[in-house]
Design a binder for this molecule. Sequence first.
Ligand SMILES: Nc1ncnc2c1ncn2[C@@H]1O[C@H](COP(=O)(O)OP(=O)(O)O)[C@@H](O)[C@H]1O
Ligand SMILES: [Mg+2]
Length: 187
Amino acid sequence: MKELSLHILDVARNSVEAGATELTITLVEDYDADRLDMILEDNGRGMSADDLRQATDAFFTTRTTRKVGLGLAMLQATCERCEGGLEISSEPGRGTVVRSWLRLGNIDRPPLGDMGGVVQALACEPAIALVYRHSVLSARERAHKSFELDTREIQQELGDVALTSPPVLDWLRGHVKEGLRELGSRA
Ligand SMILES: Nc1ncnc2c1ncn2[C@@H]1O[C@H](COP(=O)(O)OP(=O)(O)O)[C@@H](O)[C@H]1O
Ligand SMILES: [Mg+2]
């Protein structure tokens, strides 16, 4: 895929499909280590040991609407091409953690893309609360800054106004974009 954010959205959809009520997305841009970490953690139904072994196999899927499952396999391929990798830990009935990482400076690395759009898309899922954390680390610039957003907190502040109403969704996307800009995100 052209942008890492599209991989992230695709993998996040697995959490929605797994019936999770909470999803945490953590991104860490570490310029000292020249590394980007992308971690998705949910409290969905989890995977059996068998399913877990096959989860990154492009021909394994538990979905019934198509015969190939590509989300995890594609993210893994992108990370491996960029001197990184992908690891999954999962416990049936408890949830799943997908950790992926790659080298920021790798010439093949896709740009991060539109994380505001990812947050916007996930905010439209009524059953799942999203926590999004994003940090930029760089000792040379003496910086360790982070951005954090929790859709539950935003909904609380909104009161009767739905998180999914178009003006709120527009605001949300801009809020993330502005937050990452202030952070000095340049992935
Ligand atoms: N967060 C998750 N919770 C539970 N099962 C998952 C999760 N992520 C992936 N899986 C399992 O791994 C399979 C492969 O996922 P993926 O590569 O995204 O392909 P697809 O979603 O098209 O099946 C899914 O069908 C599902 O069985
Ligand atoms: Mg998927």
